[in-house]
Write a protein that binds this ligand. Structure first.
Ligand code: GUN
Length: 292
């Protein structure tokens, strides 16, 4: 069994990007600039956004964090998105999800200039992905593909079961892994809350990707010997033994599933850091696409 080390692989990517920043500086070119909008005080969202800002600092990107109270109106948020679209100093930006109930997430996502949509959530970027046109790939699925690529995991002709059909992970990933490319050429099953006999479906999988947000949902009796298991779950579970009072738990019962696997990604330290690495890659790409 090999552990898929997302911390090591994301560090490699960040080092590669840092070198490109130095090269751009010596050539007198613009440095990539990422902006992030964070609404409210949700602990998980704050730590994700902080990690994104920290990654920018490590690589040498510029970053701007824009914060709003959770009571912010849709109108104010939309106005900020439109201002960032026009701001020539900002190469790409994200609006951290989820947003409070008074704000229509899809309306905000659709207002982002697709050329600055480094999260790859805009329907234009998702559509481009479906027909394999250039565009920004969504950060978490892109990070998972990068893990598969850098671990040289074979995907062609494999049965891949993805559990969870969210717009930001399961749905786009099901399309990306079915495309005629590497990583890809899988026979993909997209399982969800209405799937019948999920254990049987999973037992047929060469590759299982769990993205449902239910701690320890994937048990050893659902996994075929030699399967590749990728865990996208990150649920905060109360843990009084930790100073901060919680720990991150994945969707996979790691302790019992790992011995069965050819490859497995842990939580934390698997997919999470790769989402950030992909966002950084997309931000550099956004600047390069401007020809600057
Ligand atoms: N919420 C959970 N994951 C993400 C992500 O990758 N990007 C944004 N913007 N919000 C998220």
């Amino acid at each position: 069994m090999q552990v898929i080390d997302g911390i090591r692989i994301s560090s490699e990517i960040k080092q590669e990007l840092a070198i490109q920043v130095i090269e751009r500086k010596t050539q007198g070119k613009k440095i990539p600039h990422l902006a992030a909008i964070l609404v409210g005080n949700d602990g998980a969202s704050m730590s994700y956004v902080n990690a994104k800002v920290k990654a920018c600092e490590e690589i040498g990107f510029e970053s701007t964090l824009i914060r709003y109270d959770s009571s912010v109106s849709e109108e104010i948020l939309l106005a900020k998105v439109l201002a960032l679209n026009l701001d020539k100093s900002i190469d790409g930006f994200i609006v951290q999800l989820p947003l409070p109930p008074q704000i229509d997430e899809m309306k905000i996502t659709q207002a982002i200039d697709p050329l600055k949509d480094v999260d790859g959530f805009h329907p234009q970027n998702l559509g481009n992905m479906v027909v394999s046109l250039p565009g920004f790939l969504p950060a978490t699925p892109m990070g998972i593909l990068e893990l598969i690529k850098r671990m040289k995991i074979e995907t062609e002709g494999k049965n891949c079961v993805i559990i969870g059909r969210s717009n930001i992970v399961g749905m786009p990933l099901s399309i990306m892994l079915g495309r005629n490319s590497y990583p890809g050429n899988c026979t993909v099953t997209l399982a969800h809350s209405r799937t019948k006999n999920l254990s049987e479906v999973c037992l047929k999988a060469d590759i299982i990707i769990a993205a449902i947000g239910q701690p320890n949902f994937i048990k050893a009796d659902m996994v075929k010997k030699g399967a590749v298991v990728i865990d996208v779950g990150t649920t905060r579970v109360e843990d009084s033994s930790r100073e901060r009072g919680w720990r991150l738990v994945g969707d996979v019962d790691y302790e019992n599933v790992a011995p069965l696997c050819s490859y497995i990604s842990p939580v934390p330290g698997g997919v999470g850091p790769m989402t950030i690495a992909s966002l950084m890659m997309n931000t550099l790409k956004a600047l390069e696409l401007k020809g600057k």
